[in-house]
Each structure stands twice: as C-alpha cells, then as structure tokens.
Design a protein around this ligand. Structure first.
Ligand code: FAD
Length: 393
C-alpha cells in the first residue's frame, strides 16, 4: 500500500493516521477534512467551550513527523472503487484523488428539527461558539431533548443565568440509552439547577419565537437548541458499492466489504464479538481506540476491536460514567441510595457484571470496567455494599 487517504478530520481520522505511522506505514498519507480546522476534540464543546473556559480544543499532533498532507475545507463527494484491482478514486470538492488505501472517518451530523425558525445544534466549534454568544443572562433557552447533549447544554445555559426549559418526548431523560428506571433518577438534577424539565413534550416544529408541540401548544423561546441525536455522515458513499446501512458496515477489525477500505468512529457500524451484535455508537473512546485496529487491518495484519463500551458525560455538576452494555433482562443493583449525592448502578446477569453506571464514583467505574473486561464473577451481596471496593467483590 503506497497511497492512503483518510476522509474526515475528527478524532477517529487523526488517530488512524497516527496509528498507520506507528505501525510502520511509509507511503503517502493524506487527510481530507470538510472543516477548516485541524482535528479537534468535541466533548469540550458542550462543556468548557460553552462555559467560556476554553476556545481551542485542537488535538495535539506533530503533523511534520506524521508526514500527512492536510486538505482542509475539502469535502468528499463520492467514491469509486476500481474493478478487479485494489484502490479507487475519491471525488472531492477540490477534484479527484487516487488512493490504494482508504479510511472512512466522516463522523456524524446532528439531526435538525422540522420548521423554519432558527435552531442551534452542537457538533462543531462554530456551533458551540454561536450558541455561547446567545446564552445571555435572562434569555429564554429551550432545549429539545434531555439526552447527553441536551443535559450538558442545559447545565451551561443555567450557569450563565438563562431561563432554561428542556422538552423531552419520552417519559424520562435518557430513557433510550439508560432505560426509564435510571433516567427517572436524573429528573431531580434539572430542578436543582433551576431548569424546567417537561416530559412527554414532543416538538412538531421550530418557529420564529419558539416551538410548536405536536398537541398544538406553543412554547416561546429566544434560543432553541436541538439535542435530538445525530446520524452517521455516510450519504457521500451512495453508489460506492460499500455496504452502508445506518452506518458503514464493518467487521470486528473495522474492515469494509473492500479489503483496501476501513471505516472507524461515529460513522462505522462494527461487529462486536463480545456482544454478538453490530454496534454503532457515538463515544469518544471508540473514536480514540478503534483506529489502532483499523490501521492494522488496512495494513493486512490481524486485528480486532472489542472492549466493553465506555462513555461519560458531565451534567449539573456531576460526572456520569458508563461502561459495558446492558439489556432489560439484567438485574440492577445499586451501590449507595440513588438519591444520595453519588451512587453507582450495576447491571448483573447471573453473577457476571454486564454494565456499570457511576455518578461521581470514578473508582467504581474503573474497577467495574475491569471486572467487565475480565468477565469476572462477583458476589452480588458484596457488590451492593458501597464500602467494599468493587475489585474485591
Ligand atoms: P467527528 O468528530 O464527527 O469527525 C468527523 C469529521 O469528518 C468532521 O470534521 C466532519 O466535518 C468531517 N467530514 C464529514 N463528512 C465529510 C466528507 N464528506 N468529507 C470530508 N470530511 C467530512 N463522547 C463521550 O464519550 N463523552 C462525551 O462527553 C462526549 N461529548 C460530546 C459532546 C459533543 C458536543 C459532541 C458533538 C460529541 C460528544 N461526544 C462525547 C462524542 C464524541 O465526541 C464522538 O464520538 C467523536 O468526536 C467521534 O469522532 P469521529 O472522528 O468519528 O467523528
């Protein structure tokens, strides 16, 4: 392989470029990125950047040592593979580029709500700066969606003295990711922060001056923020012949259906041997770590990415961390009462730990994550005792 193109200048694209070099790839390397910035970190956008504590989240990289050409502000528009031989042509807004190896790392795009009124989303640095400028004391800020992003934006807006309302269509925050049983435990966090949370409120459209709900009522607002999820940025792959469903379909080593192309990060739906199913997640850690396996696979070496999942969020002054993957059938065990300031929920299947959610209990998270990775057996009675370190149960 002599000419690799990385499409997408986010965390996953940068990490794959780095991994290719550390794994000995010596050929040409080019990164094509639609944004004008060098790869930067997104988690701080809804945290330090909105809070006004940071304005630059550029990821550290020694571009000279990396010997990676940067084509910033250029967007991939289409992909064609050669017939009967490896490689192909990437059509970009700046013209065609030949490749014999390809990394697809185009991330995800936030979903916007219907309606012609102004709405903010937070995916890019510009999005975060634009929203930050609107978060003035007293402004009526309406956030649609009480998911991870919605809760983080609500935190920042409340801290800035805005009058914040969060509308959530489900019966609890985080219902789809954590389940209603746990989601309900976060309801009080909104009230504590002075944020009005309206559950079961579904937005039909964003208008000028607020939103209209599906029941016909309107809710006035000066600023509307959509935090209703993101979809993988894969439309440009139409007609490429790759298997693209919700994301780019890849195996447990991030290989697409073409041996010379891998996909990684938020745009990739990879096969997890651990969970026996295809996973498509928007987790920083996956974009950071899966590139090692993607680079190895591209270089034709044995590779697999299959750790327990991990993500975190910072909301209403709390650090919330989750590791593993649970199902509704798992038994839930609490360490500390969930109405205390910090607590941990464990999901257990038989005597095996499947997942852990820690609220301001980082040690539980670290130890629980290790138990999950090792498929260790635990004593549930001991695990429920917050005084006993999880590693000893
Ligand atoms: P991205 O970071 O989206 O990068 C993809 C890049 O590809 C973008 O720069 C995009 O412009 C570019 N691109 C797209 N299409 C094209 C094209 N056709 N041609 C060229 N370039 C293209 N995760 C956590 O675990 N914890 C958190 O607290 C957390 N907070 C978050 C807060 C925010 C506001 C956001 C948006 C995400 C957060 N995440 C968090 C998720 C995490 O940041 C993502 O999982 C991670 O950034 C994914 O990296 P990526 O490289 O796959 O995609």
């Amino acid at each position: 392989m002599k000419n690799v193109i990385v499409v997408g200048g986010g965390l996953a694209g940068l990490r794959t470029a780095m991994a290719l070099r550390t794994q000995g790839y010596q050929g040409e390397l080019t990164l094509v990125g639609a944004e004008h910035h060098r790869p930067y970190d997104r988690p701080p956008l809804t945290k330090a950047v909105l809070a006004g504590e940071s304005d630059d989240t550029t990821l550290p990289a020694d571009w000279e040592r990396l010997r990676c050409g940067l084509r910033l502000g250029q967007r991939a528009r289409a992909l064609r593979f050669h017939d009967g031989r490896p490689g192909g042509v990437l059509e970009t807004t700046a013209g065609p580029l030949d490749f014999d190896g390809l990394v697809i790392a185009t991330g995800a795009t936030p979903i916007r709500l219907p309606g012609d009124g102004p709405q903010h989303v937070v995916r890019t640095l510009e999005d975060a700066r634009g929203l930050r400028a609107s978060l003035r004391p007293g402004a009526r800020v309406l956030i649609v969606g009480a998911g991870w992003i919605g809760a983080e934006v609500a935190t920042a807006a409340a801290e800035k003295g805005c009058r914040v309302t969060v509308l959530e269509a489900a019966a609890t925050p985080l219902a789809t990711v954590l389940g209603p049983e746990l989601g309900v435990l976060t309801v009080g966090w909104y009230a504590e922060a002075g944020v009005e949370l309206r559950l079961g409120a579904e937005v039909a459209s964003v208008d000028h001056g607020g939103v209209t709900l599906t029941d016909g009522r309107s809710v006035p607002a000066d600023v509307v923020v959509a935090g209703v999820g993101a979809r993988p940025e894969v439309d440009w792959l139409a007609g490429s012949g790759l298997d693209v469903q919700r994301g780019v379909v890849v195996d447990s080593a991030l290989r697409t259906t073409r041996a010379e192309a891998v996909a990684v990060g938020d745009c990739a739906a990879w096969w997890s041997e651990r969970y026996g199913r295809r996973l498509l997640v928007e987790h920083w850690e996956t974009a950071d770590k899966a590139p090692e396996a993607a680079a190895a696979a591209l270089l034709g070496r044995p590779a697999a990415y299959d750790p327990p999942l991990y993500f975190w969020s910072e909301q209403f002054g709390r650090t919330v961390q989750y590791a593993g993957h649970h199902s509704a059938a798992d038994q839930m065990v609490f360490r500390c009462a969930p109405d205390s300031s910090c607590w941990t929920a464990l999901w257990v299947n038989g005597n095996r730990l499947e997942a852990v959610l820690a609220v301001d209990r980082p040690r539980d998270l670290v130890q629980g994550r290790r138990l999950i990775a090792e498929s260790a057996e635990l004593d549930i009675r001991l695990a429920a005792d917050p005084q006993v370190p999880l590693r000893d149960v």
